[in-house]
Design a binder for this molecule. Structure first.
Ligand SMILES: NC(=O)c1ccc[n+]([C@@H]2O[C@H](COP(=O)([O-])OP(=O)(O)OC[C@H]3O[C@@H](n4cnc5c(N)ncnc54)[C@H](OP(=O)(O)O)[C@@H]3O)[C@@H](O)[C@H]2O)c1
Length: 427
């Protein structure tokens, strides 16, 4: 069972590492808001990062926004730098769980995971980078299991709504669910919205490094997952979706890779029927299609060369048509933005053999929530941490490197998310 108690030597339930980052500041606010949900109604927590001044500023700002002046004086600060392993070790020794917001994870993530495993702290990240996530599984799964430590990746918008949404759909389906397609739509208010370019950086390096992901995957020596039911057809690179009534493209984030790993784990460890998955995202009308084709062509061309990547990094706003900005969205833009993922599932009615004939039953579910990157992500990350702290007996028996679906399938994470505004429902 997970170690969740604090001690004199390990004084904090949670340490937020990278609290001074754009996302980190909102994770700080979410932890401050939900502190009463910690074990026995209290949560002991601290912030960490490489600049004490920046961390003080984040606490000052959170104290003002949340009208909690005590945050200025009662939250401890730990100075730790990814480049200085001793400081990481010292941080990890003081935490039950490290909430790691320092990205791109491909550059900064591994040393934090290593320090957590070596020093007995659980680790939750919000990476959307399959190469990092799967690399950690390859390199640290058995050490984490030996130490009884849970390393749970992709606990932000990438990929908790999709991964837990598939499990929710499966649990609501009367029979054997065999395939799901999901369609993401995002609504912004009159001022529009944007994503902070920390995520743009992660995406650029992620796409540039794609060939390495294939060779990393081959090292797992996985047997192919059995296809149960009719094989799910892949849609085209651009199509008009009748489901969401707009032009749609394959979702390029980590969701399909994360869902596949969860389904593999649940099939191999719990003999559950693996669900095939296709993830798509709506892009709107024809005007957006033209912009997307232009931006996509520039991106895939420039990302291959180091001078092209420098241009993409420097002029994120220009090359993304304003989707990514150096300042990130304003609080007003965030308040006016929301997302919805519609899941269309098919399978076999109760009592029917899924190896015989075509699927004969359907289901539609929804996951809805507030702005993806800096409202949903902190809620999902913090609720994942609170689930480890409050429900250790419902986690997998052994420590290891897990997806959200693998770690939280038997917990109440979905109802916790629901209570915090990320709602799961059957249509
Ligand atoms: N899953 C999701 O849906 C989701 C949503 C949002 C963000 N993200 C991911 O979260 C990550 C952060 O994004 P962001 O926009 O918040 O980026 P950001 O604003 O650039 O923040 C990066 C953080 O890393 C810290 N850092 C950098 N180098 C460090 C080092 N050597 N030692 C210690 N700390 C270091 C920075 O500290 P300083 O302040 O001192 O520079 C800062 O706190 C990205 O990988 C992004 O893709 C994921």
């Amino acid at each position: 069972m997970a170690r969740v108690e604090t001690t004199a030597n390990r004084p904090y339930h949670l340490v937020i590492f990278g609290a001074s980052g754009f996302t980190g500041q909102f994770v700080v606010e979410e932890v401050a808001r939900t502190a009463a949900e910690g074990p026995k109604g209290t949560l002991k927590w601290a912030v960490a990062g490489r600049s004490k001044q920046k961390l003080e500023k984040v606490l000052e700002q959170a104290a003002g926004f949340l009208s909690k002046p005590e945050l200025r004086t009662e939250v401890d600060i730990i100075v730790a730098d990814v480049e200085e392993p001793d400081t990481l070790a010292s941080m990890c020794k003081q935490a039950v769980i490290v909430l790691n917001c320092v990205g791109p994870y491909r550059f900064f993530g591994e040393s934090v995971v290593k320090a957590c495993v070596e020093n007995g702290a659980h680790h939750i990240d919000i990476s959307g980078e399959p190469q990092f996530l799967e690399g950690m599984q390859l390199n640290y799964n058995s050490q984490a299991a030996d130490k009884g430590v849970y390393i749970v990746g992709s606990c932000g918008f990438d990929s908790i709504p999709a991964d837990m949404g598939i499990l929710y759909t499966r649990d609501q389906f009367k029979g054997t669910l065999t395939a799901v397609e999901s369609f993401l739509t995002v609504k912004t208010g009159p001022d529009g919205g944007s994503i902070h370019d920390g995520t743009w950086h992660s995406a650029i390096y992620g796409l540039a490094d794609r060939p390495k992901l294939r060779s990393l995957r081959s090292k797992f020596n996985h047997k192919p997952l059995p296809t149960v039911g009719s094989k799910l057809k892949r849609r085209g690179v651009l199509f008009y979706s009748n489901e969401i009534q707009q032009y749609t493209v394959p979702f390029i984030g980590s969701d399909p890779a994360v869902v596949k790993r969860s389904q593999r784990y649940l099939a191999e460890e719990h003999q559950e029927t693996p669900v095939q998955y296709g993830a798509y995202a709506g892009i709107g009308g024809i005007g957006n299609v033209v912009k997307m084709i232009f931006a996509g062509m520039m991106f895939f061309l420039l990302v291959k060369f180091s001078c092209g990547r420098s241009l993409l990094l420097k002029y994120s706003e220009f090359f993304s048509f304003g989707a990514f900005t150096k300042t990130g969205p304003t609080r007003k833009q965030m308040a006016d933005t929301s997302f919805q993922i519609a899941f269309y599932g098919e399978g076999y009615k109760e009592g029917d053999d899924p190896s015989q004939g075509k699927p004969n039953s359907k289901i539609q579910t929804l996951v809805k929530g507030p702005e993806c990157g800096y409202v949903t992500t902190p809620i999902a990350m913090v609720q994942a941490a609170l689930t480890i702290l409050n429900e250790p007996a419902a986690l997998p028996k052994k420590g290891g490197v897990y997806t959200p679906g693998g770690a939280f399938a038997k917990t109440t994470l979905i109802s916790r998310l629901h209570k915090h505004g990320i709602q799961f429902s059957v249509v």
